[in-house]
Design a protein around this ligand. Structure first.
Ligand SMILES: *Cc1c(COP(=O)(O)O)cnc(C)c1O
Length: 457
């Protein structure tokens, strides 16, 4: 090492002298002494590395500024709100369903104070947290009973552990599905202690396949909605009502893992018909389970509806306590179900507002963005429901397309602003879909796009 570098290293201030600088006092007031000390040490270490590599020695002010930058980076939250301009309504990575205004208000109220979570006011005694949602679930699905756990994966696990541990669960080979990361029906089956009995083939399963597999070791027949993929061509699954009749003739329950959990029909919006909870119950399913934050448009939850005796058995299982719903989610869920009960779901629940919004409205909004941003092209495109539902189905929309030679760089710049915008790239264009941009976010989107375009070379 040269004499100069040795000198520069020795000339660096001691950490204690930096710590007693007035600027450091300011940092300590904001972050606490120990983190500031650690940041100063890191800044000094970076300076030493730089000097050894032939760089210049930073002065005291630069070292303190570097420590402040380190503290800022450490303090920056990693869970941040973003503007979803992808057009994917139930975007799994962006948190699936945004909550309705009534659901948000209910969360706020439940979070800020005490509530009747497990308390009956009139007799003044202990109650159960399940009752709040179940009363509404009965009304909106027509189910006899139900319970709520913290997500649908937990619902499936609880059902299998309670009703099928050590016994056989009969399922079609076409339904041994994987949902997103880590939820594979065969693996969940193994975890629950149930024994998997596969019937039929990947593309064809008929009633006789199920009938042939029923033995005295069978616990139930499971139907899993192939939510996130589609089979076309030479395919068949038996009719749900016929399958229910077969199960019941052998004294077995029919359980349907519905996934999406639609309470309204998706068909009027040009989408395929997604199975509706009430239909599955009418067809004779004994238990139906589904997510709270997919097509229901509420909080993360696993809803189980169906026969009262089975629901009671699930409630008694020790796992039920481990996977129970928290009070904030429960408050949001009750408010969401209330929107359905009052027939206000299309107007109040963001997911359904987005599904039902016509392309003409998207064209208007994209046109307004274009005028305010001063560039881009309004063009027809397609939005998706997402969240592992309605694969291959799309909603006609209009997007604002930004032409650029560097679409990845522009998309990164959009993500880099104070209110990150998540866009989609197609054909070297950056597309902004109004369908998933919430009504109050237009101004922030326009500002964010203008700032990102300005940062582009
Ligand atoms: C999404 C889905 C699940 C998992 O539900 P989570 O609420 O994400 O835990 C399970 N089964 C099916 C069929 C699904 O579509």
């Amino acid at each position: 090492m040269t004499e100069n570098r040795q000198q520069a290293l020795r000339a660096l201030p001691a950490v204690d002298s930096l710590l007693s600088a007035p600027e450091a006092a300011h940092l300590i007031a904001g972050h606490g002494r120990a983190p500031v000390l650690a940041a100063l040490r890191a800044a000094l270490e970076a300076a030493r590395t730089g000097i050894r590599a032939g760089g210049r020695a930073p002065d005291r002010a630069a070292l303190l500024a570097e420590a402040a930058a380190i503290l800022d980076r450490q303090g920056a939250p990693t869970l941040r709100p973003v503007i979803n301009a992808t057009g994917v309504i139930l975007h799994t990575n962006l948190g699936r369903a945004p909550l309705s205004a009534p659901a948000l208000a209910a969360v706020q109220e439940a979070a800020a104070g005490y509530s009747t979570l497990e308390y009956e006011l009139e007799p003044g005694r202990r109650g159960t947290r399940d009752v709040h949602a179940i009363r509404l679930l009965r009304e909106v699905t027509g189910a006899g009973d139900g319970l709520v756990v913290n997500n649908n994966a937990a619902a499936v696990l609880l059902i299998l552990m309670t009703l099928a541990q050590g016994r056989e669960v009969i399922i079609s080979r076409g339904q041994l599905i994987q949902i997103g990361g880590g939820f594979r029906v065969p693996d969940v089956m193994t975890q629950s202690g149930a024994i998997l009995t596969e019937v039929g083939t990947t593309n064809q399963t008929d009633l006789a396949d199920y009938a042939a597999a029923i033995t005295d070791r069978a616990a139930l027949i499971l139907v899993a909605h192939a939510s996130n993929f589609k089979q076309i061509g030479f395919t068949a699954q038996p009719d749900l009502a016929a399958l229910a009749a077969l199960a019941h003739a052998h004294g077995l329950p029919l359980v349907y893992d519905l996934g999406g959990g639609a309470l309204l029909d998706t068909a009027p919006y040009g989408l395929a018909h997604e199975p509706i909870v009430g239909e599955a119950l009418t067809a004779g399913c004994d238990l139906v389970c589904f997510s709270g934050d997919k097509l229901l448009g509420g909080p993360q939850a696993g809803l189980i509806v169906g026969r009262a005796d089975l629901a009671a058995a699930l409630r008694k299982h020790p796992l039920a306590r481990a996977v129970r719903m928290d009070k904030l989610g429960l408050a949001a869920l009750v408010a969401t179900l209330e929107s359905y009960r009052r027939g206000r779901a299309l107007a109040e629940i963001p997911v359904w507002r987005m599904i039902s919004a016509p392309a003409a409205e998207m064209r208007q909004r994209a046109g307004r963005w274009r005028r305010q941003i001063g560039t881009g092209r309004v063009m027809p495109a397609e939005s998706a429901v997402g969240g592992g539902s309605l694969p291959g189905e799309s909603l006609p929309t209009c997007v604002l397309a930004l032409e650029t030679d560097h679409p990845d760089a522009l998309a990164a710049a959009l993500r880099g602003g104070p209110e990150p915008i998540i866009a989609r790239i197609s054909d070297n264009r950056v597309l902004l879909d109004p369908r998933t941009v919430l009504p109050g976010q237009d101004r922030a989107l326009v500002a964010g796009v203008r700032a990102a375009l300005n940062r582009m070379p």
